[in-house]
Design a binder for this molecule. Sequence first.
Ligand SMILES: Cc1ncc(COP(=O)(O)O)c(C=O)c1O
Length: 1015
Amino acid sequence: MTNLAHPAPQFSTGDAEKLSEQLFNVIGTATPLDGERDRNYRLNTGTDAGWILKVVNSSEPRVESEFQTAILSHLATHSPELTVPFLKKSLAGEYLASAVAPSGEIHAVRLVSWLHGTPLAEVERTFELMRSLGQSFGEIDRALQGFMHPGAVRDLDWDLRHAARSSSRLHFVKDPGRRAILERFIERFEKTVQPKLSRLRAQVIHNDGNDWNILVDSRNHQKVSGIIDFGDAVHTILIAEVAITCAYSILDTEDPIGAAAALTAGFHEKYPLQSEELDVLFNLIAMRLVTSVTLSASRSDRTQDNPYLGISEAPAWRLLERMDRMNPRLATAILRKACGFDAIEGAGAVRRWVAENSKSFADIVRPSAATMNKVIAPFGDASHVMTIASAEQRPAQATKWWNDFSAEHKVPLGIGPWGEERTIYTDTAFESRFIEGQRRILHVGVDLIMPAGTPLYTPVAGVVQSVEVEHEPLGYGGLIMLEHSPEGCPPFLTLWGHMAHEALARLKPGDRLEAGALVGYMGADTENGGWIPHVHFQMSTDTALKASEFIGVGERAYLEVWADIFPDASTLAGIPPETYSQDGRTKAEIVAKRKELLLPNLSISYSDPIKFVRGDGVWLIDNFGRAYLDCFNNVCHLGHSHPDVVQALSRQASRLNTNTRYLHDNIVEYAERLTATLPEGLAVASFGCSGSEANSLMLRMARNHTGRNDAIVLDWAYHGTTQELIDLSPYKYKRKAGKGRADHVFEAAVPDAYRGVDHWSFEELGKRFAESVADQIELMRKQGRSPAFFLAESIPSVAGQLFFPENYLKEVYAMVRAEGGLCLADEVQVGFGRVGSHWWAFETQGVVPDAVSMGKPIGNGHPMSAVVTTREIADSFNNGMEYFNTFAGSPVSCAVGLSVLDVIERDNLKFNALTVGNYLLDGFRKLQQRYDAIGDVRGLGLFLGIELVTDRKTKVPATELARKVADGARERGILIGTEGPHDNVLKMRPSMIFSQTNADFLLEVLDESFKAALR
Ligand SMILES: Cc1ncc(COP(=O)(O)O)c(C=O)c1O
């Protein structure tokens, strides 16, 4: 054991010069250097950088001198590029020579190269320099990995594994406040670090990265140029190297943890650290300081204030005091994040789980925040009246401003975003504990502003951790914390601030709340800390934090760290990301550009148009983050942006897309799968890109097959956008700018059972309506004509969601076929299982058409269509003229078509359409009992209509009411349409994944919209 009290070797400068010449053949001028125990001289040779002659204290065991020599020669051999001194061999070929002092004592002597540079102690410490310092030690320690020497096993008080020995020196620290700080760190070390020591990586380390042992490049102060003095090297835990170097280099820095993080990250770059090592780092940094100040105190007791020993005492105390005020978990999070780890173990997994499971969350407010009209509240604007009133604790004024705004703009929900900069937090509590002179200003919760008393429900099941009241003005008031442990997700906490105090009596720690259960109510200003009523909703991925340890606002410099620990809770609260940022043109700009650039015939839905930016299942999300329940668009059959379809499309598009003149598996596989859904006989498929193309092709086939031209269609039908289809669409040719019925078109009455002739019995309805077709055939006959085909939608849609009475198509098909005409079914709107009971709506009539056209839902939004017909018709169409359609039937379209069929089958969506459809019909009928204006409710599966009348007897169409109800639904977050010759039928065709919960929302909104419209 080295005797610290043993005097330093007695050698004069002349002795030193002689020694270096005799032992090492180095001739130079010696200048003495500072040293505590050894005698060191700088040797200036005038020819090279010079040397240091080190005459070791004779009390130092030889093995320790040999150990240091072995380290330097190991580093020189294994990593010669390292910035450490190299040893010069003596003339006798030894790294460690011997010298005899005038006193007769024998000393070990070695000569090491002089390294250029400025001591770190004399240089301004920047994060870049800290990083370089970390890199230097990382490189050295990586090179020392696996190095061992008998002298490395030493018992040093400076070995951080023994840091708890400081307890025995505590009594030297006279100030009780300071002693208490040390006690807290020692206790934490004993509790949280000591038990882990044996599992941490151990090796030989330098162990004394103080700022006199570190040299900085004199020309570039951002770069370390040398590490010297391996006198304290020891075999101990690797992370101690980082802790010790941090402890010295971050003294008196503005942002010590930031500086430590930069150093640690530099080390990690060169020698990757493990997360367990980072978890003990904060405490170890402190423990180095604890060791230092207690040793200092104990020695000054003995050596009467030797200034060399106490040199870093004051800054060490300042740092200890600062570190004592920091939350060690948050500080550790900063250090972890700097090295690329999650700030808290599992933070990334929680974020991923939240993102992937967002659809399963219960609404925290009702209706859900997603569907509500909402704006960003002005808390981020320091000059706003509401913000000023809040900061000045005049909550009544702040609340009045919000209430007036909310009523005027019909915005029931205000949002205070995560990450918003807020300068209203002026209390000393908001001073940063990490960065000197900075305030915490970035909001790391999400605020939902609604009236006091608004109930709040937990989005996922949880267990109550605490229910308390913070009484400070502008504090949280009622404060509830839940812990959630959903399957497949690390546990996390939610904090609910500014709540009503009633929760204190209702909830207690340990209570389990299922998803959707009541958590509490938004508190009034008298109980919420004196704020405008709102909830501060915050997540924490660190489950060890107490509610009082959450920070609701954080430092900007550490936003990434807070994002891990206190991730944006918006998704959990059901707030779509579009709420926070808008891109692209404003609605008004788009309207203006459309006017300027696009065909003016394009119409726009709603007087206040909607700009949608995202589709997600049954939801469409507008550019302000409002989600609308889409009950109108039957094209997104499986829901918007269905992942299977998107994947099938992108996978095939990234591999091959070409035309049908080359062979490809997809087209035959799709034709096989599609025809299998149809009755026998309908066996030959062909493809197009739109419903109109399919219908157009179907007409060509029928005309070619029959050699005739004339058509029978139903009144108010729509079949497509080309001129020949407009000619077959009374909905077009009879309305604005229509040219009227063409000669080759014969128009039968559309069977409207609701408006059927009163004296017709229910059983005979089909037959009686079919008479209109018979009349048209008769008319044709009179003109010497006969039908090429009868074309009808299997459920007339634009005519007002009309359902054929039983036997109708049977009667009609028989008549048409008797005349030699073909029967064509337009299933562009109603096909693909929408009716629930069958794949195809014509099947509900017990008929098999000669050809069927399909479109809209076929590709879930991808432009494709199909016609399926009989072998006989297909063969006759093969008359020599090629059918080539550039894009139709491409590998991509067929991949999309296949994935749509897969999902319908795999997810049993026909059954869903039927059950949810029946549930809705039931609900509509209940509404009908309450609202006389509902004349008729009809539907099958998810093809639904509600016809509105002013009087149930006279059945006068209630067109204006239908518009008001549809507009009211939009106002409340639901998209439906109006249809029929009088636009008095509410039309709904939601996607096949529509759930009972969606249905309940629709029923609720319809109810409210009727109520409001009839008021
Ligand atoms: C029944 C029916 N057939 C055909 C079409 C034409 O389809 P597309 O617009 O894809 O050309 C439509 C479109 O609304 C339709 O509703």
